[in-house]
Structure formats: C-alpha cells, structure tokens
Write a new protein. Structure first.
Lengths: 64, 145
C-alpha cells in the first residue's frame, strides 16, 4: 500500500462513517439530500449534470 | 410513469451497463455510447423539467446565505453540512495534490476507480451507478404540473 493509498483509505472510511451516520439519524442530511439540493433549480441541476457528464466521460472514455 | 415503463427503463439501463462494461475506454463504441447517454439525459432534463424546478436560480443561490439564522434554528443539520463540505474538500484537495505530483505513491481517484473498472463487472456496476445518478439529477425532484 502506498502512502497516498493510506490517505484515500482514511478519507473513504470517514465518508463511509458519515454516510452511515446520515442513514441512522434523520437530522443529518445524506448523499440523496445533497443530490436533491442541487436539483432544486436550473442552476444547481446544470452544475451537477456538468460534473456528472465530465466524470462519466473521464472514467469511461479517457482514463488510462 | 407507468410501472411497465419503469421496469422497461430499469431493464434497458441494466442491459446497457453490461454491454458498456465489455467495452474499452478508447473504443469508438464507448465514446459514442457515453456521449449519447449524456445527450439523452441533458435533453430529457430540459424537456421534462421546463417550468417544473422547485426554485429559481436566484433563490437557490441566495438560499444558503442566511447562515446565522439557519445555524440558530437547525444547529445539528448545519454542522452536518459543514462536515460534508470538509469531506468533499478533502477528496478534491487530495486528488489535486496526487494529480499534480504524478507519483506512483500518490494514486489519483480516477486511477483507483480504474482498478474497479478494469473488469467487466466493475465497469458495468460503475456505469449503472453513474446512470442512476444521472437519471436522478436530470429527472428527479421536479414540481408536479
């Protein structure tokens, strides 16, 4: 495991803990609440869709 | 949306994901199919979302600005949002740091995802998740007519 990989594991663990916490407690907004917040207006929806499209193109068409 | 149409849509998405999972990222089929999905989702978002957004762009931008009042009324939710922002900044910041250094010891997020998408099942699963997120962002949470 590389040092950078260890940092990714730490960030991933923190994200996983927070996602589980948001699923267990109603007052903590989860990932779906974040998507819903972006989808409230054309501006937020457009920003999120641009990020989604860019991520898809990069991961499925470019990544070496 | 009728139940039969919904089932057909899910089946089509699953079939597309499995087919796409067998493609290489440099193949022309991967390029045109991903471009077609992006064009389809963006077109559907405009066609089905016209006049049906929950808020105007201006209200959406101004929404988070009354932070002090929001902090006072919903303290726990506000702290939770701050933690989400910190986690997102950690992902973006560490990915940028890894990209700039271009070192084997500092893998980027896309290189890690690349290990998952190197197999057909991994690529198909990642495409399926991407499709679900795109459908939610393009068509979800619109006002009723």
């Amino acid at each position: 495991m590389t040092p950078g990989g260890d940092v990714w594991i730490g960030i991933g663990a923190a994200l996983a803990i927070w996602v589980v916490a948001s699923a267990l407690r109603r007052d903590i907004p989860g990932p779906i609440a974040i998507l819903r917040w972006f989808a409230q207006s054309w501006l937020g929806r457009t920003l999120a869709l641009c990020a989604w499209a860019g991520a898809g193109w990069h991961l499925f068409c470019q990544r070496p | 949306m009728s139940r039969a149409f919904g089932v057909a849509l899910v089946a089509a998405g699953a079939a597309f994901s499995w087919w796409e999972g067998g493609l290489h990222q440099y193949s022309s089929a991967a390029h045109w199919s991903i471009a077609a999905v992006i064009a389809l989702v963006l077109s559907a978002a405009v066609a089905f979302g016209w006049g049906r957004q929950a808020a105007t762009a201006g209200a959406w931008v101004r929404g988070p600005l009354p932070v002090r009042r929001h902090l006072a009324e919903r303290r726990r939710a506000s702290v939770a949002v701050v933690i989400w922002i910190v986690l997102a900044l950690a992902v973006v910041g560490w990915d940028l740091n890894s990209f700039v250094h271009q070192s084997h010891d500092l893998p980027t997020l896309s290189s890690i995802v690349g290990h998952v998408t190197s197999s057909r099942a991994g690529r198909a699963g990642t495409v399926a998740v991407w499709l679900v997120v795109g459908a939610a962002l393009g068509l979800g949470w619109r006002r009723r007519r």
